[in-house]
Design a protein around this ligand. Structure first.
Ligand code: GAL
Length: 452
């Protein structure tokens, strides 16, 4: 479901912090500490392990631990949609191993919608004919050293019209655990029309409370299984999910409607992430939707911009392409270890758009050990050397010439203040500075605050 198309609620506009480039990082940390304390108190110490920022209070964690870095893997929807079956999932698992993607960090093989069959008289949900034996499939995926994910809805039906979990949350969660499921994507879908609008007609706040309760219910059911299961909320960013996602145990939450494999949609989604950086942290991530790298109309530069920026956003890296027929250049993008290291950086701070000039955007992301990643995106189509973009290092809080690594050429490069940059249309410059030289004392209120 795409609320943009359906005319529903979409992720709201956020402030952009152009004048105070690195301020939001330190402010965000402080806010997260207070938010975490308040939430932990509210939840009477049932706050999930996955919702803890690095500085969050140490509480006795009842919940099973899931990885604290953004999940990496592959999901069936973007390529197969309703055509996914047992064979495709096994092939995806095989390919993750044989292409080296597993070694690069891709771990989860996620079955999206259309695996579900009918419920029997005892309420047990059976798989449909495309998935003859889910336990055997999970065992196969596990035998490759990978993990397996599944999909459902808090409503009676999924977005594809298959059986959802409404009224069967505990039963379904237990079944997932018995199969060996490691990840659940829980997609709002029919819960909107069949529950929210029916039970609270014309009362948006009451509808949102019903929605939050439904996500909390499945969280409780998953935790009760004792199995570590990554919990992925899919409700398109409604009601500022980033503000309450951690309180219902979410490890990630979609921030927008669906992605499609074209530049315009990818860029709109990227732009909508601005201002959300303070809500992400270890174990709880904004999810700008799964990767379209290698799909549809995206060209080479567009694919690497998409991948670079999802890494800057500390987004889940869930490839969604045709793995058995992946072209070498797509594999090279998806397995670029330097870019993956940006995404998986243990500090867990999401990058922010620092400034834009015309059609060029400059983003920065703080990394562990005081390192900094800088991404310059050319979203335009006709900027030439006669009038190049000039990089402003002061706006990034940086003092003078910097030495870093261009993560797409692998070469050392120098960034100089006001240097002209000519980027191909819809392409990116992604640079890692391991030892950035920061402005010591910037003039008056433009002084950047840097958390180190
Ligand atoms: C959408 C969701 C997609 C996919 C699809 C399956 O609501 O955003 O990512 O899961 O449902 O029907």
């Amino acid at each position: 479901m795409n609320p943009n198309k359906a005319g529903g609620i979409i992720a709201q506009t956020r402030d952009n912090g152009i004048e105070f480039p690195l301020k939001s990082f330190s402010k965000g940390s402080t806010m997260r500490i207070f938010a975490s304390l308040a939430l932990a108190a509210l939840a009477l110490f049932s706050f999930s392990a996955s919702s803890q920022g690095p500085l969050a209070p140490k509480v006795q964690l009842a919940a099973p631990q899931v990885p604290q870095v953004p999940p990496m893997g592959w999901n069936s929807w973007n390529y197969y949609a309703g055509k996914v079956d047992d064979k495709a999932i096994r092939a995806a698992a095989d390919q993750l191993v044989s292409t080296g993607m597993k070694d690069a960090g891709y771990t989860y093989v996620n079955i999206d919608d259309t695996w579900e069959g009918e419920r029997d008289a005892n309420g047990v949900l059976h798989t449909n004919a495309k998935f003859p034996d889910m336990k055997a499939l999970a065992d196969y995926v596990h035998s490759k050293g990978l993990k397996i994910g599944i999909y459902s809805s808090p409503g009676p039906k999924t977005c594809g019209g298959y059986a959802g979990s409404l009224g069967h949350e505990e039963q379904d969660a237990k079944m997932y655990a018995a199969w060996g499921i490691d990840y659940l994507k829980y997609d709002l879908c029919s819960f909107i029309g069949d529950v929210m609008e029916k039970e609270a007609p014309n009362d948006r706040p009451a509808q949102m409370r019903l929605m939050i309760d439904a996500f909390a219910k499945m969280d409780k059911a998953l935790k009760a299984t004792g199995r570590p299961i990554v919990y992925s909320l899919c409700q398109y960013g409604w009601d500022s999910v980033w503000e309450w996602g951690p309180s219902v145990g979410a490890n990630l939450w979609r921030t927008t409607g669906d992605i499609t494999p074209d530049w315009d949609r990818m860029y709109v989604i990227l732009s909508q992430q601005e201002g959300l950086e303070k809500y992400a942290g270890p174990g709880h991530w904004n999810d700008p939707d799964m990767l379209e790298v290698g799909n549809g109309k995206l060209g080479y530069g567009e694919n690497r911009t998409h991948f670079s920026m999802w890494a800057m956003l500390a987004a889940p890296l869930l490839a969604g392409n045709d793995l058995p027929n992946m072209k070498p250049e797509i594999k090279a993008i998806l397995t670029n270890r330097d870019v993956i290291a940006i995404d998986q950086d243990p500090l867990g701070k999401q990058g922010a758009r620092i400034y834009s000039e015309g059609e060029v955007d400059v983003w920065a992301r703080h990394l562990s050990g005081g390192a900094l990643a800088i991404a310059v995106v050319n979203a335009g189509s006709d900027r030439y050397s006669t009038h190049p973009f000039h990089l402003n290092l002061r706006k990034l809080g940086l003092a003078g010439t910097q030495t870093g690594k261009d993560l797409w050429t692998g070469k050392t490069m120098e960034l100089k203040d006001n240097m002209p940059l000519e980027l191909t249309s819809h392409d990116v410059l992604l640079v890692r500075l391991d030892a950035p030289r920061l402005l010591a004392a910037a003039p008056s209120k433009t002084q950047p605050e840097v958390s180190r």
